[in-house]
Design a protein around this ligand. Structure first.
Ligand code: PRT
Length: 88
């Protein structure tokens, strides 16, 4: 069963809280907002290129990675999903 936005956020929040060894998420949080922001821009560009040239399946994968990095930024800023949803 694949995970959804809420399940991934809960998983990442738990990683941020418990800081398990080897977690890429913990390393990204430790690198800080500047590095997370650069990764978001990179992933957004990959979404664009995949959508324009690489097809739906590749675009879906790149979109999932962009969502992951957006969630890391949310955790870095202590933003819960509800803090974002209320702007929708
Ligand atoms: N869903 C993701 C996920 N999507 C993307 N990424 C990261 O984003 C990278 C994709 O970026 P690129 O394609 O640019 O790969 P890259 O050039 O090697 O990127 P860099 O690692 O150099 O930044 C992947 O290599 C991962 O490091 C993710 N890392 C983790 N998760 C999930 O997050 C959860 C927690 O992961 P850990 O914190 O590592 O335990 C697990 O369920 C993981 O499956």
């Amino acid at each position: 069963m694949s995970k959804d936005f809420a399940a991934l956020y809960a998983e990442l929040a738990e990683k941020a809280r418990t800081r398990p060894t080897g977690s890429g998420t913990v390393a990204r949080l430790d690198a800080g907002v500047h590095e997370i922001g650069k990764k978001i821009v990179e992933e957004a560009a990959e979404v664009w290129m995949a959508a324009e040239y690489e097809g739906r399946e590749q675009a879906a994968e790149e979109i999932s990675q962009l969502i992951y990095h957006l969630q890391v930024l949310m955790l870095a800023l202590d933003l819960a999903p509800e803090d974002v949803w209320r702007h929708l």
